[in-house]
Design a protein around this ligand. Structure first.
Ligand code: NAD
Length: 497
């Protein structure tokens, strides 16, 4: 059978599809086939500069800075409609590029439109205040103004959704944007740019450069005209970007990694808790920042619960992510696949015992793709590397606990603080846990729920700032205080007013 030719993509700068300045490309792989399917431009500092200059020009001149907030909101809502129309196509591209299940991605690309509707609606409701100022003959009011050019650096696990969390509020606030998607999953963002154009955003308002972190991401983040860097990715890269942003005194928002505890008490509805634990670690092949990768189980139900969990996880169907009945798809890229396999060895060498999986998957339905068996480790203590470090794969570590105090102590004893799950039918316990767990999101009797309306972000090394919810639009705005004197005479000029 003939291999189809690779789809060749271009970046988008100032509304124009362009090749990289170097003319070079790199391959993007289909993780289910373990083979390349697309060619992505290999951007560099020159491309970053072209894109930032285009965004700067669009911010300072032309249609965009003149456009009122209601019109900006209308463009965002139109974009939401176009996303709704094209959600299945966008989902197919995501699946081909990152191997996530079509069943999940088609729901995700459709739901993603809500961020554009919500922030489109918010665009013209950002009001300043009139301050009842303590000076005579003076009128003082505030305005909320956009920051300028925002650099958005996106990871590979949910490219379009994680972009929506940043792009919708940034545009609603009137900024312009340069996006750098992950080198592993650039295609969906480049396809999405066709919708930006169709919605009618002026050229240069949204630009995309593609390429590797060091070659395209670093010069973008360091560009002096960038006012803010909005980053989602690993804490290691986040730290580097934070350091570089500090040199330029730029604002940052950071959505980083996690090692979230999913805590099951002996009064929980156990069958529901099993499903919650499964969804926390095996959905999306464990490649989510909010993965509930540490299962804390109360000692009194430990064996019973673990038996139920292993029995349920054993039934998970692996295979082609486009099949609607597949439950665990491939790992998105080869380096990540190899990293997960290294962590399986680390865990075994530390003395953890694989109660399920613990190897790469060689089932016939996995073909030549990068698959790891859903893995459950027992015999884990919280100080092991497998309990402390983010694996970003379908690997669960079980840690027993005695009582509430111990669950809180173990739950919080990691450098991260992105999310936590609690399974209990006792309301007092639920409230106590939600208060004591150091995490940006606490789910009680549910897991992996997110919404455009509810703030999301990390404590500790899981991040800075929040995404979603009304308040976060202020992360893309700055406040100006305007003073108007109505005095007929300027008083003593040598004294502070
Ligand atoms: P990564 O940090 O390796 O890369 C993220 C992005 O940063 C990519 O676009 C990459 O090209 C770019 N990059 C890398 N080095 C750079 C540099 N020096 N300067 C500028 N840009 C650079 O992360 P990843 O492997 O793509 O994604 C997985 C990570 O993302 C996990 O740690 C996961 O927990 C985290 N994540 C967090 C959230 C959240 O909302 N908190 C959501 C999804 C993923």
């Amino acid at each position: 059978m003939d291999t189809p030719p690779l789809t060749k993509y271009q970046m988008v700068i100032n509304g124009q599809p362009v090749d990289s300045a170097s003319g070079q490309h790199f391959e993007s792989d289909n993780p289910f086939l373990g083979k390349p399917w697309a060619l992505i431009p290999r951007g560099n500092a020159e491309d970053a500069n072209r894109a930032v200059e285009a965004a700067h020009k669009a911010f300072t001149a032309g249609e965009w800075p003149k456009m009122n907030a209601s019109k900006r909101g209308a463009l965002l809502r139109k974009l939401g409609d176009l996303i709704t129309d094209k959600s299945e196509f966008l989902a197919e591209i995501e699946v081909r590029d990152n191997g996530k299940l079509y069943a999940e991605m088609s729901a995700q690309t459709a739901y993603m439109a809500q961020w554009y509707y919500y922030f489109g609606g918010l665009a013209d409701k950002i009001e300043g205040a009139v301050i009842p100022i303590d000076k005579p003959d003076t009128f003082n009011f505030t305005r909320h103004e956009p920051l300028g050019v925002i650099a958005m650096i996106i990871p590979w696990n949910s490219p379009l959704l994680l972009l929506a969390w940043k792009l919708a509020p940034a545009l609603a606030a009137g900024n312009t944007v340069v996006i750098k998607p992950s080198e592993f999953t650039s295609a969906s963002t480049l396809e999405f740019m066709k919708l930006i154009e169709a919605a009618g955003f002026p050229p240069g308002v949204v630009n995309v450069i593609t390429g590797y972190g060091a070659e395209a991401g670093t010069p973008l983040v360091e560009h002096p005209r960038v006012a803010k860097v909005a980053f989602t990715g690993s804490d290691t890269t986040g730290q580097k970007i934070y350091e570089s942003a500090a040199r330029g005194l730029k604002r940052v928002s950071m959505e980083l990694g996690g090692k979230s505890p999913n805590i099951v008490f002996d009064d929980a509805h156990l069958d529901n808790a099993v499903k919650g634990v499964i969804s926390g670690i095996f959905a999306a092949t464990g490649q989510t920042c909010i993965a509930g990768s540490r299962l804390l189980v109360q000692q009194s139900i430990h064996d019973q619960f673990v038996d139920k969990l292993v029995a349920f996880a054993k039934t998970a169907k692996m295979g082609d992510p486009m099949n609607m009945d597949t439950q665990v798809g491939p790992v998105t890229n080869k380096p990540q696949f190899e990293k997960i396999l290294r962590y399986l060895d680390i865990a075994k060498n530390e003395g953890a015992k694989a109660l399920l999986g613990g190897t790469k998957a060689t089932r016939p339905e996995c073909g030549s793709g990068w698959f790891v068996e859903p893995t459950i480790f027992g015999g884990v203590s919280n100080n092991m590397r497998i309990a402390q470090e983010e694996v970003f794969g379908p690997v669960l570590s079980i840690i027993p606990f005695k009582d509430e105090d111990e669950a809180i102590a173990i739950g919080n004893d990691v450098v991260f603080g992105l999310a936590a799950g609690v399974w209990t039918q006792n309301m007092r316990r639920a409230f106590l846990m939600s208060e004591k767990l150091q995490a940006g999101t606490v789910w009680i009797n549910t897991y992996r729920a997110v919404s455009y309306m509810s703030p999301f972000g990390g404590y500790k090394r899981s991040g800075l700032g929040r995404e979603s919810g009304q308040e976060m639009i202020y992360e893309y705005l700055q406040t100006k205080s305007v003073w108007i004197s109505t005095a007929t005479e300027v008083p003593n000029p040598f004294i502070l007013r």
